[in-house]
Every structure is written in C-alpha cells, then in structure tokens.
Design a protein around this ligand. Structure first.
Ligand code: CDV
Length: 330
C-alpha cells in the first residue's frame, strides 16, 4: 500500500500592520477550507502567518511589541483555526512569533522565538520547531530602505532540526532563512525525513547586496529543490508574498518532489492554495539509490578535510596538484 498524502501550500498575501488576529485567522480558515475541498490531509501556512512582518521596524522597547507574539498556541484568537481544522480533518503547520514568559521558562528568563507548530488531522499537536538561522541585524541600520531586525526580536534555537512521525511519514520543519543552508536538510535527511515544511518571508530587495534582487526567485527554488533531491524528500515552500507595508516580498510558493522537480507552484502574490498528491514512498527511490547514505556517504573523509588546517599549496616549481596526484594530504 502506498503512503500518499495530499498536501496544500497556503500562500498568504500581505498582512497589514493594523490587521487584527480575527481577520487573519478568518483568512487562514478560508484557505484551510479550500484545502479540504482539494482533499488535503495537511495545509502548510507561512512563517509569521498571524501578523505583519514586524521585524522590519526598529524599537528600543521589545516588550512594547509583545502583542505580535503568542503566549499560548492555541490561544483564544487562534482556537477557531484549530477547531475548524479538527472539524475538517485537515492537519496544518503555522508559523508565528512565540513568547515564553519568564514565569513559564526553566531559566526564569523571557524568550522570544520564530516558531512553527505542526498539528495532526485530529487536532493533536505533533511538535514545535524554532528557527535556527536568524538572519538580518540586531541594531538600527538607517541606511537600509527598511530594517530586517530578526536578530533583535528573536533568539536562535539550539534544538536543531528534529523530525516527527506523523501523517503516515517522517515530517520535519524549517523556517525561511534555514532553507538556504544545506545542513538544514541533511540534519533531517540523516533522520530519514520524507517531507520538510518551510514557511518564508523574503523581501525582494536584499540591502547588503542588491545585485541579488533579480535572483531571489531563482535562489528560493534552487536551495529547496537541491535540499529535496539530495535528501530524497518532499519539500513544501510557502510564502507570505506581495507588498506588505511598502516592502515587496517573494511569492512563488511551491511543492517539490524527492526528484527535485516542482510539481505545483503558486501563480499569484496573494492568498492562494496550491496542492499536490505526495507519495511518501517516492522518497525511497532516492534514499535507496543515489543517496543511499549508509552505502555511499563518507563522513570520515569529510572529517579529515574539515580537520585539515589551511590550504594545500602545490609544491614549488612543479605547479602540480598534490591532492589530485594522490600524495598524502592527511
Ligand atoms: N525571514 C527570513 O529569514 N528572510 C531571509 C532574508 C532576510 C534573506 C531569507 O532568507 O529569505
């Protein structure tokens, strides 16, 4: 029997600064219902899917922005989403800003994370993932047309990239900038991941090097398609796109097969549900052949190179390459 799930990528258009949770949750429920109509078992929403992308504004007073964070999930305003998902029998993943109150925290400190929750079809919580790679900057940088202060608003997770048994397969999560790093997928690939759920907010304008602006769409798909193929896993990439508070963000949400091929892609920059039937057994075609890690991966060799200090210089006057010539390079 094949293990197939129908998965939806629920792209969101902009969320205005003054758009309240009830309005946003109504949009999420509308997309969830579209997912149910399309036969989805699982619908994936973007990073920070309940609010505007607030790290674009500098503040001296982080606590003054705590209304952007969730203290519990579900909370009173998100409960209707959980109720509707359970009624429809559709699971979901949702990104949000998480606040851990000092009173609830093991170290007695307040913590703020960029988090995604995964919920099963029966409404049970499968797990939480907290973003590992926090991009941007900590302090106000007025030379930028807009700020990207994730490093001021969030701390990074030290929990890595766990995977969970759910939806008849092995599921993992990552958030936005995490998708650009090969180790994100490999950490999960080594644990047998079969589907990676990724939400993102990616401004088209990259202030440190605007030469990359025209390549945003290419880089987005490049890293997720490579991560899927090299680890034999489905990857679901879901954007908050469009122009939000004057900042244009990439859309192009997509569903990527273990072959690395895009099997569905959003055509708009607004609220849009795309879906595909994802055969989880397709992963084995790659995990058991080209990317059979047990058979072909050579961690001891990578370790030797990693431990090497500095560049291997060719011997003087010959110009030959010691490594290619087979000389000892240990
Ligand atoms: N939200 C993000 O993590 N955005 C980053 C931008 C700032 C480069 C991204 O990797 O898309």
């Amino acid at each position: 029997m094949t293990r197939s799930i129908t998965v939806g990528a629920a792209q969101l258009g902009p969320i205005a600064k003054d758009e309240g949770r009830p309005s946003v949750v109504a949009r999420l429920i509308d997309l969830l219902r579209k997912g149910a109509e399309a036969g989805c078992d699982l619908v994936v929403f973007p990073e920070l899917g309940l609010t505007t992308f607030f790290p674009r504004w500098y503040t001296d007073d982080i606590a003054g922005h705590d209304h952007y964070y969730e203290r519990s999930m579900p909370g009173p305003e998100t409960q209707p989403l959980f109720d509707e998902a359970k009624r429809l029998g559709v699971g979901f993943a949702l990104g949000y800003a998480e606040l851990v109150d000092a009173a609830d925290s093991p170290d007695g400190e307040t913590h703020r994370f960029n988090t995604t929750i995964l919920v099963e079809r029966d409404g049970s919580i499968v797990g939480h993932f907290r973003k590992v790679h926090i991009p941007g900057h900590e302090d106000d940088e007025p030379w930028r047309p807009f700020q990207h202060l994730e490093r001021r608003y969030f701390e990074e997770s030290d929990a890595g990239f766990p995977v969970w048994r759910a939806f008849d397969g092995i599921m993992g999560m990552a958030t936005c900038n995490d998708r650009r790093w090969p180790e994100t997928y490999r950490e999960m690939g080594l644990q047998g991941v079969e589907m990676v759920l990724i939400g993102y907010n990616t401004p088209i304008h990259y202030a440190p090097d605007p030469g990359q602006n025209a390549l945003q769409g290419f880089h987005n798909h490049l890293c997720m398609q490579a991560g899927a193929y090299q680890n034999g896993t489905w990857v679901i990439g879901v954007a908050k796109g469009g122009t939000e508070e004057g900042v244009e963000s990439l859309a192009q949400s997509c569903i990527i097969a273990p072959s690395g091929q895009i099997v569905a892609q959003a055509v708009s920059t607004g609220d849009e549900l795309i879906s595909a039937v994802a055969d989880l057994d397709w992963c084995a075609h790659y995990k058991d052949t080209l990317f059979n890690f047990d058979r072909y991966r050579r961690p001891e060799v990578y370790q030797r190179i990693t431990n090497q200090k500095g560049v291997i210089e060719p011997p003087e006057n010959t110009g030959s390459d010691q490594t290619l010539a087979g000389d000892d390079n240990s």
